[in-house]
Design a protein around this ligand. Structure first.
Ligand code: GTP
Ligand code: MG
Length: 171
């Protein structure tokens, strides 16, 4: 058959931010899971979409597993970083994790695109993407393309827009 392009994506962000729920929306519906539970360690999702072969690393965001994230920086073409826009208390924790990521040697030499989802936009009182952008100091990122968009990982609202941006940066 036709040789499809391989796309490898790392999905990270704090625990409970909605990473697995979001990936469930990116996957073709035939392979989506009905019940999402906290990820233990990580999961690898492989599927074809838009004539591309996707490999998505769905990492756990729990503190004790965050040291696994860096092992994938070198092998992916893009990173999706999910933020719970209702968790303003932990926005600084998320921001710290991002700083650690941005200063990692495996990333400093490559301008990997970074897509941020300001997730759970459906919840009343959720921070706006601009507020999340400020809290995460995204404007400090000058050496790589980045984009932030609001999402509802449960309905999928905003997800396609973000993925479309990312696809354009990868291909
Ligand atoms: P870990 O695997 O523990 O790192 O968490 P995760 O980032 O994969 O989060 P997960 O997808 O398991 O979602 C955590 C909880 O948030 C679940 O109860 C989801 O249903 C809920 N959730 C995820 N996205 C949204 C959203 O956009 N809106 C609302 N209201 N709830 C969401
Ligand atoms: Mg998960």
């Amino acid at each position: 058959g036709m040789l499809r392009q391989e796309v490898r994506i790392l999905v990270i962000g704090l625990d409970n931010s909605g990473k697995t729920t979001l990936i469930n929306h990116i996957k073709p519906s035939s392979s989506s899971t009905f019940e999402v539970t906290p990820t233990v360690g990580y999961n690898v999702e492989e599927f074809s979409k838009n004539n591309l072969n996707f490999t998505v690393f769905d990492m756990s965001g729990e503190g004790r597993y965050r040291n696994l994230w860096e092992h994938y920086y070198e092998s992916v073409q893009a990173i999706i970083y999910v933020i719970d826009s209702t968790d303003s208390l932990r926005l600084c924790v998320s921001s710290d994790e991002l700083s650690t990521l941005l200063s990692h040697p495996s990333l400093s030499s490559r301008s990997l695109p970074l897509l941020f989802f300001s997730n759970k936009m459906d919840v009343p009182g959720a921070l706006s993407p601009v507020e999340v952008m400020k809290g995460m100091e995204l404007e400090e990122i000058k050496d790589r393309p980045w984009h932030i968009t609001a999402s509802n990982a449960i309905t999928g609202a905003g997800v396609e827009e973000g993925v479309a941006w990312l696809s354009e940066k990868i291909i």
